[in-house]
Design a protein around this ligand. Sequence first.
Ligand code: ATP
Ligand code: MG
Length: 292
Amino acid sequence: MDVGKYVQPFRVTGGDLRLADYDPGDTGGLALEKKEARELLASGVELLAELQAKLYADDRWSLLVVFQAMDAAGKDSAIKHVMSGVNPQGCEVHPFKVPTAHEIDHDFLWRASVQLPARGHIGIFNRSYYEEVLVVRVHPEILDRQKLPSGLVGSRIFKERLEDIRSYERYLGRNGTAIIKFFLNVSKDEQKRRFLERIDNPEKHWKFALGDIEERTYWNAYMAAYEDAIRETGTTEAPWYVVPADKKWFTRLVVAGAIIERLAQLGLEYPRNSEATPQQMAAARKALLSER
Ligand code: ATP
Ligand code: MG
């Protein structure tokens, strides 16, 4: 698949950004039938699996993939579909929920640090340390529960956190963790439609939380927080992608394409066998074939 064409328009690596310029219903000019979209994604998934195998064998780089979004934007299903071909042995998914008492007893990046992917692995964060400049910014009363020394909580706290996140990601990059971040950009109307579907379909009741309806009333505050976070932390090394999320098939294509592109940039190759010489390999082959 021609990855770059579908991915590039949504990449944010700095500069001014206005979320209002991004259409959640965008499909990159593609009008695919379900079957075609499935086939295109399948070829992406296959490519991704090949790249992951090399990432694992190479064992130097790791890839951190961050997903952030409003409720019902499709984080879970994007993760499920895009990662469907990868070897589970080299991939971990971590959801980030309301911090536990133990987590709150540490700095805000601590709980993420302990879940970072090892070399050769892909780590997926379903929500992340970005919640500290999103939900906490929208509901600053959460800060009162974070046990921070009062002198450290000032009007600049979210600017400082964004600065710290940017430095943290630069640090990780310099240590061999490639980072890619997705904001699944669903529209308020589409969220409503998906909530209604969850209410109307008993098999989807488990996904419905009363609190989600309440959170929706803070939509504009969330968009402002996302806009600032993406603007301040989108870099060439750790780009954000503002992925249209009203059409799930297109969301998945962009996500798959962006991950493929990032992995392809790492110049991964299967390592040579440094232990055995070609002569030793030939001898081993001969020994195997002459076994009885
Ligand atoms: P889904 O609803 O699709 O199952 P989810 O990611 O929304 O997935 P939930 O258990 O509903 O999972 O929500 C997790 C909640 O935890 C979110 O509302 C999120 O804002 C909140 N959260 C995550 N990190 C933090 C944090 N650092 N401080 C406060 N709240 C947080
Ligand atoms: Mg939720």
